[in-house]
Ligand binder design. Structure first.
Ligand SMILES: Cc1cc2nc3c(=O)[nH]c(=O)nc-3n(C[C@H](O)[C@H](O)[C@H](O)COP(=O)(O)OP(=O)(O)OC[C@H]3O[C@@H](n4cnc5c(N)ncnc54)[C@H](O)[C@@H]3O)c2cc1C
Length: 303
């Protein structure tokens, strides 16, 4: 059933990361038609993960896995059981007889159930209290940075979240030098990069970022006391992430979307479920499971 557009789907899937792709593939394998809405491209996050070591199947880098997922979806599209729609979902609605997804262009999609697998988005300076930066200053995330753009430049990294270690492992020969300014809450995460010679780790209580000719002026208040002001060529963010929850989902105090609290026709899968267990293999399992729920619900004979 659809409200607008010309799709005929039993399951809507929002997000084509590992969770959303697994949901669509599982649905298709059960002969349920799935309509996938993706704002960017299939496996968009994976395409920037240069090194993997915990995904069964011998995957050692994200881009190859993303390509394989895109091929999977294409195969199911050719079979006529999956449609991928480029669009940005704004809202999800659970009704007695259907679930709806409202896109940001006003289109409304409907089916028997929806799997929401929109993952998390990168925190920006405006989201954290320890950084002050002009709202207009675009500070790109470290995990999307190409090594070639950074070599030979003086770079400050704001935050010591885990992508720091991933990025360095993925670029073992990159000639970079990062000044990493991080808050006390990130201290435990620095253990895994403590040996890395390409880093200078500096715990701070606050950081100011201001535009300067050809770069940025950084004013760092050090945790041990004292303030230091200097100019750098580039500033990258690495402060973690926040859930990409859609309007209409039930959201907990931490902004994540507990699956058990949602409308029965609204399933949540992958990183969007909670701040722990954010892993590719977990997301795939979640997505598969989410697609199985409406399948069994629709086919279980009462009594
Ligand atoms: C730098 C980095 C390194 C990592 N390394 C590892 C690792 O080594 N091993 C590991 O297991 N995990 C790793 N992870 C975590 C892993 O990437 C996630 O756990 C996994 O991608 C979660 O899958 P997901 O499908 O829930 O969400 P995502 O992969 O985030 O996919 C969500 C999708 O939804 C789309 N979307 C978002 N909002 C909307 C909207 N409103 N409308 C339509 N589409 C939307 C996005 O474009 C995206 O394609 C890493 C993450 C990062 C950032």
């Amino acid at each position: 059933m659809q409200v607008s557009g010309s799709w005929d789907a039993e399951l809507l899937v929002v997000g084509a990361g590992p969770a959303g792709v697994a949901a669509a593939v599982m649905a298709s394998s059960l002969r349920m038609k799935a309509l996938v809405v993706e704002a960017d491209q299939v496996g968009s996050k994976l395409r920037a993960i240069g090194s993997l070591e915990n995904v069964p199947g011998g995957w050692s880098a994200g881009p190859a896995l993303a390509e394989a997922m895109a091929s999977d979806l294409a195969r199911h599209q050719e079979l006529g059981r999956v449609t991928v729609l480029r669009g940005c979902a704004a809202r999800v609605v659970g009704r007695d007889d259907r679930a709806e997804v409202v896109l940001d262009d006003g289109r409304v999609l409907a089916a028997g159930a929806v799997v929401v697998a929109t993952g998390v988005t990168t925190l920006s300076p405006a989201d954290v209290p320890w950084i002050s930066a002009p709202a207009a200053a675009w500070l790109p995330p470290l995990w999307r940075a190409a090594a070639g753009e950074l070599e030979g430049r003086r770079v400050v990294v704001l935050g010591a979240d885990r992508p720091l270690g991933t990025w360095l492992r993925a670029h073992p020969t990159a000639r970079v030098q990062f000044d990493v300014l991080f808050p006390a809450g990130d201290r435990y995460k620095t253990d895994e990069v403590g040996e890395e010679r390409r880093l200078r780790l500096d715990e701070v209580t606050s950081v100011g970022v201001a535009p300067a000719p050809n770069g940025f002026r950084i004013t760092a208040a050090h945790a041990g006391g004292g303030t230091h002001s200097f100019v750098v060529d580039a500033v990258l963010t690495n402060m973690g992430s926040k859930p990409a929850a859609l309007d209409g989902l039930v959201v907990g105090g931490d902004g994540y979307c507990p699956p058990d609290d949602q409308h029965p026709r609204v399933l949540v899968a992958g990183d969007l479920k909670g701040s722990r267990m954010q892993r590719i293999a977990v997301a795939m399992g979640d997505g598969s499971r989410a697609a199985l729920e409406p399948y069994y619900q629709a086919r279980t004979v009462a009594g």
